[in-house]
Ligand binder design. Structure first.
Ligand SMILES: O=C(O)COP(=O)(O)O
Ligand SMILES: [Mg+2]
Length: 233
């Protein structure tokens, strides 16, 4: 798939900009401990991130990713999860390698940037601030900003409207099938990062992403495109 110089770049958060799995695991395990349940390994929790806090908690209660219906204790567990995640939000979460540098180089290209995440809004801005990148984004759309979240395309369309750009002229950088489905339903191009959370690896093995690039590699590619656009007659 050919990369074009976009009007804006939108980013997923967990698994794309930030490796938040260590702190999400702490919060999940404190929540399970409150319910008298045994702790779960971080490697398993990594597979369950990407569809928002409610799905993460429901999967933790069920002990698996694929669930037909929410376990009965989900509502109460979610309230405990929120309390605990607020306490440990940025204890061990880190930016993926090259993200700060890649965002800085995209900003030099005058590209408006936004975050579109399924993470609840109470956590999005504080986490980005703690990691020193909140100022890079003109707009943040979280899992509870609208009545729907990814894979619904509405959060991506909402971000593009806030930036006053056409979503079909945007790139969406993400790590999950929800990101890919939301991007494609909205008419945006999906750039998948080559790391991220492994829950949808099998889906991408069958239907590869449009492009796979790290954030700094994307910045390099867009800088080169901007240069050649300037040189074009
Ligand atoms: O499941 C989550 O809360 C994380 O969501 P994100 O990958 O859309 O940032
Ligand atoms: Mg993600």
């Amino acid at each position: 798939m050919n990369l074009f110089f976009p009007d804006a770049v939108l980013f997923d958060l967990d698994g794309t900009l930030v490796d938040s799995a260590p702190d999400l695991t702490t919060a999940v395990n404190r929540c399970l401990a409150d319910l008298g349940r045994p702790a779960i390994d971080e490697d398993r929790v990594r597979n369950w991130i990407g569809n928002g806090a409610r799905w993460l908690v429901a999967r933790a209660l069920a002990g698996r990713r694929g669930i037909a219906a929410e376990p009965p204790q989900t509502e109460a567990a979610l309230a405990r999860f929120f309390v605990h995640y607020r306490d440990c939000l940025h204890e061990r979460s880190v930016l993926y390698a090259g993200v700060a540098d890649g965002l800085a180089r995209l900003a030099v290209l005058d590209l408006p940037l936004a975050v579109v995440t399924n993470k609840p809004g109470a956590f999005t801005q504080p986490l980005l601030e703690a990691l020193g990148i909140a100022g890079r984004f003109a707009t943040l759309v979280s899992g509870d900003t609208l009545g729907v979240k990814k894979p619904d395309p509405a959060p991506l369309v909402h971000a593009a409207e806030a930036l006053r750009v056409d979503i079909q002229r945007c790139l969406y950088v993400g790590d999950s099938a929800a990101d890919r489905d939301a991007a494609h339903a909205a008419g945006a191009l999906l750039v998948r990062v080559p790391y991220g959370y492994p829950g949808d690896d099998a889906v991408f093995a069958e239907h590869p992403a449009d492009l796979t690039l790290t954030v700094p590699a994307l910045a390099d590619r867009l800088a080169a495109l901007s240069q050649s656009n300037r040189m074009a007659p």
